[in-house]
Write a protein that binds this ligand. Structure first.
Ligand SMILES: *Cc1c(COP(=O)(O)O)cnc(C)c1O
Length: 348
């Protein structure tokens, strides 16, 4: 059977991924630096991401679910793997196999794990996010009695706003709990949290977004390199005549004859409608702005400045995360995790 070549692809820079981890590791000081690889390695492909991070020196991995843990259990054998969402009754048979530790979030999960007897676990304590986790009072009151707690962690709500007062409150709350619970180590910082400085690193940091090129704070601008580049193939070239419109809703009207390339990418590929009329593509150095609405599988870009572009050519669709987030109104997280299944993922 012939191998189908996808008409859209991601170029993924494995060296940049490794360099980003090493930069975050350095910024973590004496603390170990782990990696959040949930949601299929933030959309890049977890089975490609994890071995590269192991080669770079990473020893602590985090996923959201047991299904995600099983996907990388073999490659993380002997390393530290944590399931953020803890353990439901239905997860217990999988959890008993011991490939990963649950991060216990609620009294119910704590009780379920206590009945297991002795197997190591992590614990989430809520210090201001009101998402997952035990309260500080539950922990200081002794709810973890009899548990073998490896990492006691909390999660920052506002790390991307370095001066937000909640950051310091959460750091102080975790330090307070750390003195009243017995855990091998404490952990607080996600990517932007690493940039908050040494006080926030505790024994282990847990970056995700910035491994994959996300930058939310100025402190990381010169440290983090882009990992993902998006390219799509031209499937038709056409001319929109002066006064004609382009795409659904006829939102773009050509002011003069306009040369268009129709590219094989759309909102089903995570290139969401927020890029309509605001996204940018490049053919070599030449800018090709997105015109009209993004369709499910197609976009139109203006190629007035590229007379040579033809069917079958590849065009780079700008996906620099901070810029693309500003263009589309999406978060950098959404831009990564929305990347669909139709791309060929080429690691370079
Ligand atoms: C996703 C996640 C992280 C990683 O956060 P980033 O902002 O992507 O660096 C860290 N800790 C927890 C609990 C998470 O859910």
């Amino acid at each position: 059977m012939a191998i189908l070549e996808a008409p859209l692809r991601l170029r993924l820079d494995g060296d940049a991924l490794a360099r980003n981890w090493r930069a975050l590791d350095r910024l973590s000081g004496d603390a170990a630096c782990g990696a959040a690889v949930k949601a299929d390695g933030y959309g890049l492909g977890v089975t490609q991401v994890v071995p590269r991070l192991i080669d770079a020196g990473c020893r602590d991995f985090f996923v959201a679910t047991w299904a995600e843990a099983l996907e990388i259990a073999e490659m993380t054998e002997g390393l530290s793997l944590t399931v953020f969402h803890g353990v439901r009754a239905a997860d217990m048979p999988t959890a008993k196999a011991g490939h990963a530790r649950p991060c216990l979030n609620s009294p119910e999960q704590v009780q379920r794990w206590q009945q297991m007897g002795g197997a190591p676990c992590d614990v989430m304590v809520d210090t201001g996010m009101n998402r997952l986790g035990l309260t500080p009072e539950q922990v200081s009151g002794g709810i973890l009695k009899g548990l073998n707690v490896h990492t006691l962690m909390s999660h920052l709500a506002c790390s991307d706003e370095p001066s937000h007062p909640l950051n310091r409150q959460q750091r102080e709350a975790l330090a307070w709990i750390g003195e009243r619970a017995s855990a091998k180590r404490l952990s607080l910082a996600n990517s932007a949290g690493v940039a908050l400085g040494g006080d926030y690193a505790f024994g282990l940091t847990r970056p995700g977004l910035s491994l994959y090129g996300g930058i939310q704070v100025p402190r990381l601008e010169n440290e983090i390199a882009s990992v993902v580049a998006v390219e799509a193939e031209v499937i038709q070239r056409r001319t929109a005549k002066a006064g004609e419109t382009v795409g659904y809703g006829a939102t773009f009207r050509a002011p003069a004859n306009t040369e268009l390339a129709i590219l094989h990418i759309g909102y089903a590929d995570g290139y969401l409608r927020g890029f309509s009329g605001s996204g940018m593509a490049h053919f070599g150095e030449v800018e090709c702005p997105v015109v009209g609405r993004v369709s499910m599988d197609l976009i139109a870009v203006s190629v007035d400045a590229c007379p040579q572009v033809a069917e079958g050519d590849w065009i780079a669709v700008d996906y620099d995360l901070p810029t693309a987030a500003a263009q589309s109104g999406l978060s950098q997280y959404e831009l990564l995790t929305g990347l669909g299944r139709r791309y060929q993922r080429l690691w370079i």
